[in-house]
Ligand binder design. Sequence first.
Ligand code: CA
Length: 417
Amino acid sequence: MTRLTSWVESANSADTDFPLNNLPYGVFSTNRLEARCGVAIGDMVLDMAALEEAGIVTIGDDPVFDVPYWNDVMEMGSDTWASLRARLIELLITDAPEQAKVAPHLVPLSEAELHLPIAVSEYTDFYAGMQHAKNMGAILRGSPDLPANWLHIPVGYNGRASSVVVSGTEINRPNGQRKAPDAEMPSFGPSTRLDIELEMGAIVGTGTPMGHPITVDEADALIFGYVLLNDWSARDIQGWEYQPLGPFQGKAFGTTISPWIVTAAALDPFRTPTPPREKQLLPYLDSTVDGLYDIELTVSMQPEGAVAATTITKTNYNRMYYSAAEQLCHHAVGGCGMNPGDLLGSGTISGPVAGEYGSLMEISWAGRDPFTLTTGETRTFIEDGDTLTLSGHAQGDGFRIGFGDCAGKIVPAVEFP
Ligand code: CA
């Protein structure tokens, strides 16, 4: 994949997240502009509502970019997605004939406030990282053996769309009920084992009606794009509540996503296959597409007042066992309807060795092994004032397809009762 160059000079730097090859979709506002659709290019954001009003980009009979979500564009389908991307490249490429008409509609990213890029319809979270599943088994049940269904089913649960917030949103430490193994009675109060989960989020662009199964290949074509996703987790609350129905309040207090939808089209050159199947999947999960992507991921932690963040994890999305398309196929196969704006969390991404683990539960082995930050402080779980930041990009030849940060700071629990 060759690097495309743009007349927006900052887009041509090798380390920008947003070269012309990327063109991720977000929602922004400024002091003078209401929240609307925008496209990141270098250190600028292209005001799509203004381009539409000026007649430079039109993809429908009615305006679709003057709203604070991309759902309307997603609903228009993959032919529209492709023609929009082609039009944006035509407008922003070096020596574009329409440069002078487009340039007034660029806003510096430094002046933009970023919002959720979609109206999240529903949120489903999966458990598709094998190393994470093994680590959690070893920690929680004393054995790394996978659950009996794990090699056959993309295990997941239905989460809460209301928990999803954009990067930069502060998260209150949750209150909840928990019980120490040796305690007689549960207690209520702020979580003492607050954690992250490093995940990718897949965004469903085109829905499927209830009662309408789809193949993995069809599912792959319905995915509009991807974001970084931090599935904040309160391990003490989760540990007490999760049997027999799975996570509930331990996962419902915050889910942070990065502000830009990186499209499947931009990521296409970076596709990688899922790893060899340890057990053959049932035929309905067969596919011909490479459903994962080579996306380098890092997590950093920065205490309040610290001058620098400490990288605590480096791994890659290609470590996953199941792809988002396999998850979406399995989600719909029994008859569950899917909607534009549905968000599918991949499950925690942990590589095979320490240093690649995607949660503090694994990094500190449930608190047994404290780790040290560059400030000299130690941690097992998250303290109030800590900021956790997920970053990710696919590395091309002289450019990278970046996601922008997925960051959140933990602030003290609400006093209750
Ligand atoms: Ca999760």
